[in-house]
Design a protein around this ligand. Sequence first.
Ligand SMILES: [Zn+2]
Length: 354
Amino acid sequence: MSNKSIVRVNIIKKTRHLLALSKNGKPIPPALFECYYTELDSLLFDWYCELLWERSIRENSIKNSELKKISILATTLNNIYKQAKPEEKKTLQELIKTYNHVVLEQEIIQQKRGLIRHKKRYSKFEEYLKSKYFFNQKNNTKNLNINNSNQVKYSILSIIKSNEWDIDDAWLSCNIQKMPGTLPSLTCLVGYKKPPNVLWHCNGSKGDILILCHEFGHVMHYNLAMENQNFYQFEPSLLVKEIIAFFWEALSLVYLMQCVESYKAKAFLSSYKKQSNWYIENAENIKQENQVVYGSYYPLARVTGEHLALALLDNRISQKQIIDYMKMGAKLKATTLIQAAGIKDNNDEPITPY
Ligand SMILES: [Zn+2]
């Protein structure tokens, strides 16, 4: 028997043992969860992440390797399933699901209902920026060389740090793959405890920098959550992830506007507004098609991120609180962030007007 098969058999044995323990419907102690499931789940999760990453960079040419990976995953699962009793299968499904825990359907449904009413909130952030920053430059212009992604990374890091954030450089550890074109950029996990990959689509505009700031929000969030949560609890919901990323994008816009010349600040804001409008249009189109997909909840996430940034700038929320949120992993709920941002759930007006 090969080493790989032995590992697999051990996993099956452990799985059966754990299922026997959970037979009476009693909750499984977290320590046992860790002991018996980390290896299996992180293996499946790593495959899944790799698959997502390959799909995102290779688009339609993925089919063969995708099928191969799915078949490996399916074989492992099937082996375990075959030996499980019917009543155990239900528990097993709960325990070995790979990515489902990430999607909080409730939150997405809630967002679909409230999509359009978030449209007008965008202007509050923009008005705030204009009033505060357009004519109040610090004249410590940073040079952002867009041709070198790592240089951009360290420039942004230094801008954030110069605003008194106590940030460890390691939180921004990632692999940046720069690609030409206007396709959406993305941050993708390649496995648990591995730095994420960033696919950065750029066309040489000011908006590229803001999009990279958004992706760095994801990178910091992933790295912090992974450092501080165990495997089952590390990954935030999609909506929470986007709120945090939009928070960093909005805050970075403020920081950038503070440290560039006025005409550049205006160019950043104009790129930002264009992008905001695109998210709304895209979400409205999706809604008309009666779908709920990733883009459906970008407007809510963006507006919440903006208001969270404003709450920070107004000292209604501390930097430490933001970092603590990012460490919470799957335990952080979107509703907590919406509340912290000062947005009422069933009303068009934020709690604190600007
Ligand atoms: Zn994002």
